[in-house]
Write a protein that binds this ligand. Structure first.
Ligand code: ADP
Ligand code: MG
Length: 304
């Protein structure tokens, strides 16, 4: 379990993270979503114990990282932004390096290597030099190194950044798989990434959490508006006074009338339109429903 309590981190006059609190339970796969400069990397480095906050503290399984910095470090695998690797090493050497830095005895090496190579799909490039690998495979090497000590928490800073769509999909499914047994925090500024991998979304903007919840709850809560565009042909202008939704006449062209209806409950709105249609002589020309999607919610929460 990770508990972030009121952390603040300033860089001269910029507060990269402002009094931020967040509790993450064991086994959650949390997506930290926010535009560039939102404070995602700073927050992750603080959780990983690489930066000490100016104020506040982080508790890993109830142990303060200020008082027990080693405890957290031992349980967290952190993959930084841009995944720095020694490019002249082979994949094998990179994994062995991570093993040398871990607490495993040499006797355990083979078992760990077999596990991470299988988990990250690196078998076919095991003896290759990292510089020769595609970006997607380099990312897998970074993940393999992070997985070597078998951390219970994975913190991955923009793990899919710079990958092409196929590589993204591969890394996503790899992370989803890892999320079955571990607590995972990933950051991204790409919405589709969290939609695909995470069961919880934390939207962060200017160092503060602006939204926190399951994907469904965020969408549902924000879905206050359904917009229906209705075009019809009628002899005389229809009256929508009986509808308990906001109706705006958008245009009249000969006998063609176009309306915009805004309401909360799509089903109810459609029912009312249907009733009105049945007791009228209109020709229905177009009926278009649109609801706010996660993309629009994200934009509305993170724009100034
Ligand atoms: P994100 O990862 O969401 O893009 P960061 O945590 O990297 O955001 O940065 C948050 C803010 O803190 C930005 O305004 C950034 O310029 C600033 N910042 C981050 N690291 C440093 C640093 N080492 N020195 C000065 N400013 C920094
Ligand atoms: Mg960042």
């Amino acid at each position: 379990m990770i508990e972030i309590k009121n952390i603040t981190k300033r860089y001269s006059d910029i507060a990269a993270v402002k009094n931020l609190s967040l509790k993450i339970d064991k086994g959650e796969v949390v997506g930290l979503l926010g535009p560039n400069g939102a404070g995602k990397s700073t927050t992750m480095k603080i959780i990983a114990g690489l930066i000490i906050p100016d104020q506040g503290d982080v508790f890993i399984n109830n142990k303060s990282i200020r008082n027990s910095p080693i405890y957290g470090k031992k349980r967290i695998g952190f993959m930084p932004e841009n995944n720095p690797l020694y490019k002249e090493m082979t994949v094998k050497e990179a994994i062995e390096l991570a093993l040398d830095l871990s607490n495993f005895t040499k006797a355990k090496y083979k078992e760990r290597i077999d596990y991470v190579v299988k988990a990250t799909g690196l078998k076919s490039v095991f003896y290759k030099q990292i510089s020769e690998l595609s970006k997607g495979y380099k990312q897998r090497v970074g993940l393999a190194q992070v997985l070597v000590p078998d951390p219970e928490i994975l913190i991955l800073d923009e793990p899919t950044e710079g990958l092409d769509p196929n590589q993204r999909a591969e890394i996503r499914s790899l992370i989803s798989e890892l999320g079955k047994n571990k607590t995972v925090i990933i950051s991204t500024h790409v919405l589709q990434e969290v939609e695909a991998m995470c069961n919880r979304i934390v939207i962060i903007n200017k160092g503060e959490i602006v939204k926190d919840g399951s994907k469904e709850s965020i969408v549902n809560e924000q879905l206050k508006h359904t917009t229906i565009t209705l075009s019809l042909r009628a002899e005389t202008e229809p009256s929508f006074e009986f509808l308990d939704v906001k109706v705006t006449l958008q245009g009249i062209n000969n006998n063609k009338f176009t309306y915009e209806l805004i309401g909360e409950n799509e089903e109810n709105m459609l029912k009312q339109i249907n009733n009105a249609y049945r007791s009228s002589n209109w020709d229905l020309l177009q009926l278009k429903t649109s609801t706010q999607n996660l993309e629009e919610i994200f934009r509305s929460l993170t724009l100034n």
